[in-house]
Structure formats: structure tokens, C-alpha cells
Design a binder for this molecule. Structure first.
Ligand SMILES: *Cc1c(COP(=O)(O)O)cnc(C)c1O
Length: 387
């Protein structure tokens, strides 16, 4: 499922009929994380990154919270995410950080979304559309300092900055770049990228031109590890949700996970020896076991690659998921433990000092925490709580 589908199909199910498998988002945790970041980066502004359904937390609700908390800007990746936020009543500035196509430009202008301009051709397309609509477009220029995705190369950025300064139908409000390796222990490449970015920005000084007010480059890794990258504004993504970008990243700001993924036992049985569990019959016990079935699967974003690796928490006990993960169901081996229909199951979360973190799931699945969070899809209702 694409990010766009995720953000547009927000579940509207109410709490009393909620699917037993659901995500619980703790808004107090998000507020604490936001305030911890704000205190640490002050006086830099903050642009929380809410792309991909706010890393699975539910984009619209999180945007409302960020507006309440006084965030300065919101960052999303694609046009449709920005439009959905506007249609949901979000009024704060929104930057769409991804690449654009010429035919999208009028929609950006119509919905007052800030456009990422990464080449002279794009600037011309924006200028033309804004002129035709009789409006001013809002633009941030994107400089590629070492990722080779979008953006004008740092070594040929001058012509873009010059062109932008001559455009009359746009307000060039920002210049930004993005780090490739800021979560690592070795920060030499990140330092090099910062140097390239600052060198690019020195154009304004050299020409005696007032630079755009928002120069920004810091993602979570840089916020945690390199204060000299804060400039005018920082762009926290994963750390806002209480997850560190990597195990090796220094934890200079304390943040706590806001998301729990919960389900319930829907079936209990005893499995005899030599009776395999699931598709492919690739797991069986040599002795009788008790087992429970839980209504979650790879169709929800509980990755099939975690088969025979994942664990769940039931009644404060950790139990292994056995057999191949199906689209809609998993089976946990509780051996001689006890569990009953309707018992709560934690897929991600903490109870009685025990926890399963999204980092654990990413390890079992052979991926990174980002991919776990952004793949919990719209079939899973989001419930919001405050402590
Ligand atoms: C995703 C993204 C971020 C946030 O990255 P984290 O590592 O989650 O903090 C910041 N800036 C841009 C342009 C992004 O695409």
C-alpha cells in the first residue's frame, strides 16, 4: 500500500467497535518528545516530519497536535499528504519535501503548500503557474550535498540561487539539504555535507543579498549528534515518535515511544506433537503445547519475514510466534502458560517492565524501525490516548 493510500484512508471506526488489532498512540508522549526537542534546539524553529501517515501514527491527528503545540512548520513528502492536511483544516505552513512535476504546481499554489524547487526548470514552471494564477508561490530550494536524489548539486547551485532571486511570482522562503548518514557514529560524511551546504549559502553573503529566512538540514540523527547543523530550523522525524534512528546514535535527548500495537487472543487450543502450524507446515512441536491465535498478519504490516522469529507479550509473558505469518493471523506458542480468549496481546509496547520495541520487530524482519512504523497500514485503526 502506498503512503498516499495510508494517509487518505484514515479509519473512522469508533472505540467501542474497534478491531481487536489496533494501534494506540499516546499523545502525551508525543508532546513530551516535542518539548524535549524544542528545549534542546532552541532558538532554532521546528518542522516535525509527518510523511507516510506520520510514521504510522495517523497524519491528521498528529498535525493537529503539532499545531496545538506551536510547531513552526510541517513537513510531508508528497502533494497528496499536503492536500489532505489542508482539507482537514490544518492552517500552519506545510513543506512538501519530495520532487515535483510541472502539472502539480497549480495544486501546490491552490492549497498554499510550500514547493521544493530543485532545478531551474522547476523554478520556471512554478513562476509560470503562479503568474497564470495571479498568486505568489512559496518555495524552498533544495541543494544536493551528498545524496544524489533530488536537488541541484552543491557545486553548481549558484545559478539556481541566482535564478530564484530574479523570480517575481514566488517567495523564496527557505533553502535546505538532507543528510545521508547522520545517525552513524562516524560523522565525517555528515560534516562534509554541512560544509558543502554552508559553502553554498555563502553565496548570499558574497553577493550582499539577504538570504532566505529558513535554512535547514538537520534530521533526527543530526539533531541528536551535531548541534552545529541546527541553523534556522530542524526537521525531526523518527525521534518525535520516540524512536532513535539507529542503535548506535547518541541519545543526547530523551524521547519515548508513543506507539503501541495491540491485539487480543481470539482462539485457544492445544496442539498435539507432529501437527504443524501454518502455511508450508514449517514449524511443529515434538510435545503437546498450548497455543493461541491472534488476528494480525502481513496484511496489516506485521511482516512475514518475522515468521518463527517474532515474539508477543501476553499477561506479561513473552511468547514466540510459530509457523509462517499469514495475511491476517499469527499463532503464538504459550507452552504450558495460560491465556484466554480476549486477553490483550502486545505486538509493540510495554507492560510490567517488559517491552517489545519496534526496533525488535525491525531486527526480526531484517529492516529498520522506520519501515516497521510506516508499514502498519490503514486496516489497523488508530486510537489516541493521553496519560
Ligand atoms: C524523512 C525526512 C526527515 C526526517 O528524518 P528522520 O531520520 O526520521 O528524522 C527530514 N527531512 C527530510 C527531507 C525527510 O525526507
Amino acid at each position: 500500500m502506498s503512503n498516499t493510500d495510508q494517509t487518505i484512508n484514515q479509519s473512522t471506526i469508533t472505540e467501542d467497535v474497534v478491531r481487536p488489532t489496533h494501534v494506540e498512540v499516546n499523545l502525551s508522549r508525543l508532546r513530551d518528545n516535542f518539548n524535549a526537542i524544542r528545549n534542546h534546539v532552541d532558538p532554532a524553529k521546528i518542522m516535525p516530519i509527518l510523511k507516510a501517515n506520520a510514521y504510522g501514527h495517523g497524519m491528521v491527528r498528529i498535525a493537529q497536535l503539532m499545531e496545538e503545540l506551536g510547531a513552526d512548520y510541517i513537513g510531508v513528502a508528497v502533494l497528496e499528504e499536503g492536500i489532505l492536511l489542508r482539507q482537514s483544516g490544518i492552517q500552519m505552513p506545510i513543506l512538501v519535501t519530495g520532487g515535483i512535476l510541472g502539472n502539480q504546481v497549480p495544486h501546490f499554489i491552490e492549497y498554499d503548500l510550500t514547493i521544493t524547487a530543485s532545478s531551474i526548470v522547476k523554478l520556471e514552471q512554478i513562476e509560470e503557474a503562479a503568474l497564470a494564477m495571479g498568486k505568489q508561490a512559496k518555495v524552498h530550494l533544495k541543494i544536493d550535498t551528498g545524496m544524489e536524489r533530488i536537488g541541484v548539486h552543491y557545486y553548481s547551485a549558484e545559478s539556481l540561487l541566482e535564478k530564484a532571486a530574479s523570480c517575481k511570482h514566488m517567495q523564496v522562503e527557505g533553502v535546505f539539504s538532507h543528510f545521508a548518514r547522520s545517525e552513524e557514529t562516524d560523522l565525517s560524511y555528515t560534516r562534509l555535507q554541512l560544509e558543502r551546504f554552508l559553502e553554498t549559502l555563502s553565496y548570499y553573503d558574497k553577493r550582499g543579498i539577504e538570504p532566505p529566512p529558513l535554512k535547514h538540514i538537520a534530521n533526527s540523527g543530526a539533531i541528536l549528534q551535531m548541534p552545529e547543523t541546527y541553523l534556522d530550523m530542524v526537521r525531526p522525524g523518527i525521534m518525535l515518535y520516540g524512536v532513535y534512528p539507529a542503535e548506535e546514535t547518541q541519545r543526547t535527548i530523551e524521547v519515548k515511544p508513543a506507539l503501541s500495537w495491540k491485539s487480543r487472543v481470539v482462539y485457544f487450543k492445544v496442539i498435539k506433537p507432529d501437527h504443524p502450524v501454518g502455511y508450508g507446515s514449517n514449524w511443529q512441536s515434538d510435545h503437546p503445547i498450548r497455543a493461541v491465535t491472534i488476528p494480525v498478519g502481513y496484511g496489516d504490516g506485521y511482516f512475514r519475514s518475522m515468521s518463527n522469529k517474532a515474539k508477543v507479550l501476553i499477561r506479561g509473558n513473552t511468547y514466540p510466534v510459530v509457523g509462517t505469518i499469514s495475511m491476517d493471523q499469527i499463532v503464538a506458542n504459550i507452552e504450558d502458560g495460560s491465556a484466554y480468549n480476549n486477553d490483550e496481546v502486545l505486538l509493540i509496547g510495554e507492560i510490567e517492565g517488559k517491552n517489545i520495541r519496534c526496533e525488535d520487530l525491525s531486527e526480526w524482519a531484517g529492516t529498520i524501525p522506520y519501515e516497521i512504523l510506516t508499514n502498519i497500514n490503514t486496516r489497523v485503526p488508530r486510537i489516541y490516548i493521553s496519560e
